[in-house]
Write a protein that binds this ligand. Structure first.
Ligand code: B12
Length: 217
């Protein structure tokens, strides 16, 4: 049953149809589809297909932008349902989250921020294209427990080990847990970069953030 909604949302985004994407997201929620499943199996599935088409030259930047817009519109519909289903009373810890320098991809990072908020974390979202100095300043200012870093581009991955090195040079490496994610990353990259954790999606990010805070699942 849910599969029909996932497929419809995926197809609306692939067809770059913002109105259909929001309409289908609204109807799916009304039919009782679980919000995060709609994001994973509808929105992320669609963007993976568009990304593949882009890399094979079967679609171009305008299509990428329109697909991103349709995905954002669907996430905006799903967001209140996710927050409503969450445990927002108890604060589990403070997370400063950011997409790294030179990277403008934020759809996945926004979903991660949303899931963390809905799980009960306080989240300060710095948006895209943040230097390590900006991220560090925000972590200090907000007394963060966890710094979440996102990147979707191989060309920006190097910002992550650089951030960890920067923490070391400031003598505060152990003050923060560094949790990373984004399509080109993997657990080994996180280990090699000196991070504390990697998560492949928003649900796993919540599990990992709880683990880093010493909270039992
Ligand atoms: C949509 C999109 C865009 C949109 C972004 C809109 C936006 N507001 O984000 C626009 C059109 C702006 C764009 C631009 C570009 N893009 Co683009 N884009 C994509 C696309 C199709 C989808 C990304 C996405 O949103 N996925 C859906 C979300 C839900 O998934 P996600 O981001 O992976 O996030 C999940 C997990 O990774 C994880 N996660 C994410 N962040 C974090 C953080 C933490 C802390 C944790 C724990 C977990 C976590 O949880 C998330 C939720 O489950 C990808 C292809 C792809 N399959 O990823 C290409 C892709 C990333 N883009 C690519 C490219 C090349 C570009 C451009 C350079 C194109 C150009 N010629 O200009 C520019 C770069 C601009 C820049 N400087 O950043 C390449 C990157 C290749 C590479 N070398 O790495 C990709 C892979 C396409 C491809 N196959 O070639 N893009």
């Amino acid at each position: 049953m849910s599969q029909t909604h996932f497929d419809a949302l995926r197809d609306a985004i692939i067809s770059l149809n913002v109105a259909n994407a929001t309409d289908i997201a609204t109807k799916a929620l009304a039919a009782g589809v679980i919000p995060i499943d709609l994001i994973t199996h509808g929105i992320r599935a669609a963007l993976d297909i568009i990304g593949e088409k882009f890399s094979t030259g079967d679609c171009f930047l305008p299509e990428l932008m329109l697909a991103g817009r349709a995905a954002d519109a669907a996430v905006a519909i799903i967001e209140p349902a996710m927050l409503a289903s969450g445990n927002t009373a108890e604060k589990l810890g403070k997370v400063v989250i950011a997409t790294v320098k030179d990277d403008l991809h934020d759809i996945g990072k926004n979903i991660v921020a949303l899931m963390l908020r809905s799980a009960g974390f306080d989240v300060i979202d710095l948006g895209c294209d943040n230097t390590k100095e900006e991220i560090f300043a925000a972590a200090e200012e907000n007394k963060a427990d966890i710094v979440g870093l996102s990147t979707l581009m191989t060309t920006s991955m190097g910002e992550i080990p650089e951030f960890v090195e920067f923490l070391k040079s400031e003598g505060v490496r152990d003050k923060y847990k560094v949790l990373v994610g984004g399509a080109p990353l993997n657990p080994q990259f996180a280990v090699d970069s000196g991070c504390d954790g990697f998560a492949a999606d928003a649900s796993k990010c919540v599990e990992m953030a709880k683990e880093l805070m010493g909270i039992a699942a």
